[in-house]
Design a protein around this ligand. Structure first.
Ligand SMILES: Cc1cc2nc3c(=O)[nH]c(=O)nc-3n(C[C@H](O)[C@H](O)[C@H](O)COP(=O)(O)O)c2cc1C
Length: 326
């Protein structure tokens, strides 16, 4: 099956589905499986400890449109080196998050590649489009990772009403084909799905994390600033409850002060990543499991190709219902 949207035309893929880049979850196998099934797989460059290992991982992705995520704020000291890899390997799509994407847009456009930027507000979407972004990923409330504040029911039509004809990709809470149909109806050109793909056979996380995704209810998802300094969605576990969801008074001051904020952010990111790494790779009571509200709609661990097939079956049946109702 093929669905034509601004996104699929721009990227040359069959289906308007991006498997969202996920820190410590996405693997080249996951990316290749999603791209092979007609969507666009994505992975963050920081999933590898060095730029050299990242470069090798990029080369191991099987052909097909795929994406690399670059964190573009000052805390990412590898930004330029990882961008150079994306340029050298002509990565078809780069997804930027958390910062100013200008450098990335210019460098990727010079080799004919595309850049989508994560946005949570209209003002930021206008800013990145002004810098030349080819599309925006509208991250709404309920998303895994750094969720936005606005409901997707409002964010997608609001961006569509106010932006020129560029791909708007809906992200946040989407785990089924019915939701994808709804997002396309609201004006999205595609969807970016994260949490659903944690419960896949290709995701490189331990079984306890995958089982927690199947068990969790939407209201178990809470926002914490204790991982990166920016609110991030995690499953409420005894460890999260014990830690609290907010940073200490002193750390907040250090993160806000112009003299200390860069280093404070780097330290926070490092401590947070260490916690995430422990929780995703080995059994520990320090469970920091990042996930979005879509957990409530996920009840199976499947290969990525079957997840996409299931989403497409659900999409087709809900699209038929919409036609019958007309
Ligand atoms: C475990 C996890 C890790 C994530 N890591 C990143 C990341 O490193 N970079 C990024 O841009 N987005 C990251 N995200 C966000 C996803 O790419 C995607 O936008 C989001 O998961 C969509 O919402 P959903 O999880 O409700 O489907 C992460 C999400 C999750 C659940």
């Amino acid at each position: 099956m093929r669905i034509e949207t601004e996104m699929t035309r721009l990227l040359g893929c069959r289906l308007p589905i991006i498997a969202g880049p996920m820190f410590l979850v996405s693997t080249p196998e996951l990316v290749s499986a999603v791209s092979g099934a007609g969507g666009v797989g994505a992975m963050p460059s920081l999933n590898w400890r060095t730029t050299e290992l990242f470069d090798a991982a990029v080369q191991s992705v099987a052909a097909g449109p795929f994406a690399i995520n670059l964190i573009v704020n000052a805390s990412n000291t590898r930004m330029q080196a990882d961008l150079d890899v994306c340029v050298r390997r002509r990565v078809p799509l780069v997804i930027t998050s958390l910062g100013n994407p200008k450098k990335v847009i210019d460098a990727m456009h010079a080799v004919g590649s595309k850049v989508f930027c994560d946005v949570t507000t209209l003002a930021y979407a206008e800013k990145v489009l002004g810098l030349g972004a080819d599309g925006v990923i509208a991250v709404s409330q309920g998303a895994g990772g750094h969720a936005g504040p606005v409901s997707p029911l409002v964010l997608i039509p609001y961006l569509r009403r106010n932006l020129p004809k560029v791909p708007i990709i809906a992200a946040g809470g989407i785990a089924t084909g019915q939701q994808m149909a709804a997002m396309l109806l609201l004006g999205a050109s595609g969807v970016q799905i994260g949490t659903r793909f944690i419960a896949s056979t290709e995701a490189e996380v331990n079984q306890a994390y995958k089982d927690a995704i199947l068990r969790a209810e939407p209201e178990d998802i809470v926002m914490t600033t204790r991982i990166s300094g920016t609110p991030a969605a995690v499953i409420k576990t005894p460890f999260i409850e014990q830690q609290g969801l907010d940073l200490s008074f002193i750390e907040k001051k250090l993160l806000a002060h112009p003299r200390t904020k860069k280093i404070a952010k780097m330290v926070r990111m490092m401590l947070g990543s260490r916690l995430l790494e422990q929780a995703s790779t080995k059994p520990t009571w320090k469970t920091v499991w990042s996930a979005g509200q879509g957990v409530g709609l996920i009840d199976s661990i499947l290969p990525c190709s079957e997840i996409i097939e299931q989403i497409m079956r659900e999409y087709e049946s809900s699209a038929m219902i919409a036609i019958q109702k007309e």
